[in-house]
Design a protein around this ligand. Structure first.
Ligand SMILES: Cc1cc2nc3c(=O)[nH]c(=O)nc-3n(C[C@H](O)[C@H](O)[C@H](O)COP(=O)(O)O)c2cc1C
Length: 181
């Protein structure tokens, strides 16, 4: 089966390299709007977004995460140090998705919002990667203060976005994950 939606879903890839072409504010607003169209339990729309395009801050965040990642997983040191930005891959636009700490369904809601945003990005030829490593920011008081996360919220996932020169091949998918009754 094939249509534009299925094609977009199947060709979305985590992209780990971005070119310098800027994503316009109108496009960023559209991506956020697509995120808001995700389903959410009782339509609570619990997500909050922090859009970060300040290059200095992105680089400060990347450096902190890199050091933490090396501390925790020493085997990544060589690879991490050989790359200019092994965390956000040179992205000039991060969207940090926040979720309320006390909402058990928010994990689902915010993941759906993230996927909507990444699929919308793909449909506009914009690459993205969810950066789980960004969790390591939480112990840096200076960076957390700059991000100004509202009371009662925590980071769900941070997406790095940007235009790409090429789309990577899809890592293999297994279909051995379904019970048919
Ligand atoms: C919750 C989550 C955290 C992830 N964290 C990282 C990360 O820190 N760095 C990275 O390069 N990719 C990260 N990824 C991307 C996965 O490696 C990627 O989705 C997976 O290999 C499948 O490839 P695809 O996204 O191209 O289909 C993360 C993905 C998810 C869902």
């Amino acid at each position: 089966m094939d249509n534009e939606t299925i094609k977009t879903i199947k060709t979305r890839r985590s992209t780990r390299g971005f070119n310098q072409k800027e994503i316009s504010k109108d496009v960023v607003k559209e991506l956020l709007e697509c995120a808001r169209y995700a389903p959410s339990a009782m339509n609570r729309q619990p997500w909050r977004f922090i859009v970060i395009s300040d290059k200095e801050l992105i680089s400060e965040m990347s450096e902190h995460i890199k050091q933490k990642a090396i501390e925790k997983f020493p085997h990544v040191k060589e690879r991490a140090e050989s790359m200019k930005d092994p965390i956000f891959y040179g992205s000039g636009l991060l969207v940090m998705i926040l979720r309320p700490k006390d909402d058990e369904w928010a994990m689902f809601d915010c993941s759906a919002a993230a996927e909507n945003m990444m699929l919308a990005a793909r449909s506009l030829e914009i690459g993205s990667v969810p950066v789980g490593f960004a969790k390591f920011l939480e112990d840096d008081k200076d960076i957390m203060a700059k991000l100004d996360i509202p009371e009662g919220y925590e980071q769900h996932i941070t997406l790095a976005l940007g235009y790409v020169d090429e789309w990577p091949e899809a890592p293999e998918r297994s279909s051995d994950d379904t019970i048919w009754i």
